[in-house]
Every structure is written in C-alpha cells, then in structure tokens.
Write a protein that binds this ligand. Structure first.
Ligand SMILES: Cc1cc2nc3c(=O)[nH]c(=O)nc-3n(C[C@H](O)[C@H](O)[C@H](O)COP(=O)(O)OP(=O)(O)OC[C@H]3O[C@@H](n4cnc5c(N)ncnc54)[C@H](O)[C@@H]3O)c2cc1C
Length: 347
C-alpha cells in the first residue's frame, strides 16, 4: 500500500484479511462504475446485496446475526471503501454506526431481534433523521415534536420532545420524502428532506433507551470515530492516484514526479496521511485532497481521474457528523474546561 508509508498494515492480524477482501471488492466492482453514478447523482442499488455480504455491516455488534468485528477491523473496512468512494463509505457508515448501533444501544430486545439481522445483510436499508433545516450543529434543540395521543396510550404523534426516538416505517401516512438535488459533494448518496406531519408511531417502534440527547450522543460516538476513517480513506485514495499520475505524465521531457515542488506536495500529503492516523484528521484530509487536485491541475477538476471527485466529497465529510470547528471546540472545551459552544448573546 503506497499510502501506508510506515507499514501499519503489518501490525494488523485478523483485520488484514477483511481489509484485503474489501479492497479487492472496491477495486473490481465499484471503482470502474462509480464515477458514472456520481455524475448522474444516482445510487448503484445493485451493489447493496454485495455490500451486505462480507458481514461487517453490524460493525462491533455481537449477536443478532452480526459477527462483531473489532473497532480496528471496522475502521479498516470503512477507510478502504472511502479510498475508492466516499459516498459508498458514508452509506455503509449510516447503516452500521448510526442506525444499527442506535438500535443495538437504545432499542428494545424485540427491536434488536426483529431488525438487526436484516439490517446487517442490508436486506433493509434505513435512514437516520436527526438534523433539521434550521438545526444542524445545535441538533439538541430541534423543533420537531412528538407526544402521546390522548386516549390511545400506545401511539405517538408530533407534539412534545421528538429527537431520534422512533422508528418510522416507509409509507407511513404523513411521512413525505423528497430528494435533495444539486449537491456538489457525495453525489452518489441520496440525501432527502423528510417531513413528518401527524405521523402515528406505535409504542413498539419507540426506542426505549433514547430518553435524552446525551443517550443519542453516546450512541453516535462510534460514528464520529469512523468519520475520521472516511477522511483517511479519501486521503489515501487521492495520494495513491496522484503518485501514479505523477509517475506517468510527462512535462518538459520529465515525469511530473521529478519536479521539486510536486515532490514537496506529495511528501506533505503522505505526512498528512500518517498524522491522520494519530489525531489530526478532517482538516488535514481536506488539505491533502486540495493538494491532490492541484497536482492534477486541469485533470483535477474533472471526475475521470478520481481526485476531482474525492476533492468534492471531502467537503461533506468536513461538515457532517459535527463540523470540524464544532468537533475541535468540543475537544478544546475538554482541554480548557471552558466550553465556547454556546456563546451568551446580549439580551
Ligand atoms: C452529505 C451530508 C449528509 C448528511 N446526512 C445526514 C443524515 O443522514 N441525517 C441527518 O440527520 N443529518 C445529516 N446531515 C446534516 C449534518 O449533520 C449537518 O450538516 C451538520 O451537523 C452541520 O450542521 P449545518 O450544516 O446545519 O451547519 P451549521 O450548524 O449551520 O454551521 C455552520 C457553520 O457554523 C459553525 N458553527 C456552528 N455552531 C458553532 C459553534 N458553537 N462554534 C463555532 N462554530 C460553529 C460550523 O462549524 C459551520 O462552519 C448531512 C450533511 C451532509 C453534508
């Protein structure tokens, strides 16, 4: 692996086999077709059963049909997927870490038995609706509400605190879904606006463990770690593509890889990738993707050479699951003991 300069791969044991399997799958089945789907903003639905078959969707969950891979193995899988396409990685991440882990941590025993086996095989694909048009970083203060229907104690409808506490099935009356168009990033992912108007939810579809925003944050912590590995995968893919390209393309009679400034950029990209594995992630991955875009110059603004697509996709990863700034401030609050997340405004 050219992007693995310090050969961390050699430290892997059982995880390596899964990583290699995912790389082969991504190179063979996804890399040749994915740019076309990115261009047309469509999802390759025919890949879903294949994505579900290696058995890593359940991530670290053990039981309920899930094999329970290690956190390291899951991180390897997600970065290998993102190395070829960040949209497919985000799709897998939502199914595994947002949906399945939320059910595993906050769902009832009956919900786990009923849903986790088919979600693991991707026989069912669910979405995770937390943020709202007016609430992204401050998702703890959503305006959608829910409450019990009077005289119908087993049903809920939209008044009172809502948050991610319910499973809402496709086709439920009052549920409206419309595709978000014109994205310039992660175009393969089918993001949607979800409207819930007086949707009735049976008691069986309430998540009994979701009683506060903190419960959700706890369930999301693994997803946040894995977003970092999406960035690492994107950076690896960009670096690998750039190194290949710079060795092949010649200008002024020499390969682009022979020019000192290009070499400096390659070194900075590789240094970034090694440091991503320690801590310094989406910000540096964004720089790495931008350097890659610069190195390919005109070919860096078309999608045909992988780098242009990865450059656009990295913009979403920089913002979703908590923006870089908000995550940095949460970490800074931990160091200083002073949170700057909620500034006081003059009354
Ligand atoms: C591709 C994609 C897929 C997504 N998928 C989902 C999904 O499946 N389900 C879902 O629920 N949501 C989803 N989201 C929404 C995502 O969670 C939000 O975009 C994210 O939480 C950031 O919120 P925002 O975009 O509203 O930015 P805002 O909160 O409006 O922030 C705007 C800017 O202000 C900064 N900022 C905000 N608050 C502070 C603060 N306190 N201190 C300093 N700076 C601050 C931010 O860093 C950012 O730069 C998705 C987003 C993207 C891009």
């Amino acid at each position: 692996m050219v992007s693995d300069y310090y050969r961390l791969d050699e430290l892997l044991t059982t995880e390596k086999k899964l990583r290699v399997k995912i790389r082969q799958f991504m190179e063979k089945e996804v890399a040749p077709i994915i740019t076309k789907y990115w261009e047309t903003a469509e999802f390759p639905y025919h890949l879903i059963p294949k994505l579900g078959s290696p058995g890593f969707t359940g991530g670290t969950i053990k039981g309920y049909g899930c094999s329970g891979v290690s956190t390291t193995a899951y991180a390897m899988c997600i970065s290998e997927i993102a190395r070829v396409d960040a949209s497919i990685a985000s799709f897998c991440l939502v199914q595994s870490c947002l949906i399945m882990l939320t059910i595993a941590q906050l769902g009832s025993e009956a919900q786990k038995k009923k849903y986790l086996p088919s979600l693991n095989k991707m026989h069912k694909v669910w979405v995770y609706a937390l943020s709202e048009p007016d609430h992204g970083s401050d998702a703890s203060t959503l305006s959608t509400t829910a409450g019990k229907v009077p005289n119908l104690i087993h049903w809920f409808y939209a008044v009172g605190p809502w948050r991610v506490r319910f499973i809402v099935h496709g086709g439920s009356p009052g549920l409206k879904i419309s595709k978000i168009e014109n994205k310039v990033s992660l175009r393969v992912v089918q993001n949607c606006n979800i409207q819930l108007e007086n949707v009735f939810v049976p008691d069986d579809d309430r998540l009994p463990g979701a009683n506060s925003f903190q419960d959700l944050v706890d369930a999301l912590s693994m997803a946040r770690i894995m977003v970092a590995w999406v960035s690492i995968g994107i950076a690896m893919g960009v670096y690998d593509a750039c190194l290949r390209y710079l060795q092949e393309r010649k200008q002024f009679g020499a390969p682009l890889a022979a020019f000192q400034l290009n070499q400096e950029k390659l070194m900075r990209m590789l240094g970034n990738i090694q440091s991503h594995r320690l801590a310094w992630i989406t910000k540096q991955a964004r720089e790495t993707a931008a350097l890659g875009r610069e190195l390919l110059s005109g070919y860096g603004i078309v999608t045909d050479f992988h780098v242009g697509k990865a450059f656009c996709d990295m913009e979403s990863v920089y913002s979703y699951e908590g923006s870089y700034d908000v995550n940095a401030l949460i970490a800074a609050g931990e160091i200083t003991g002073i949170s700057s997340i909620r500034p006081s405004t003059p009354s």
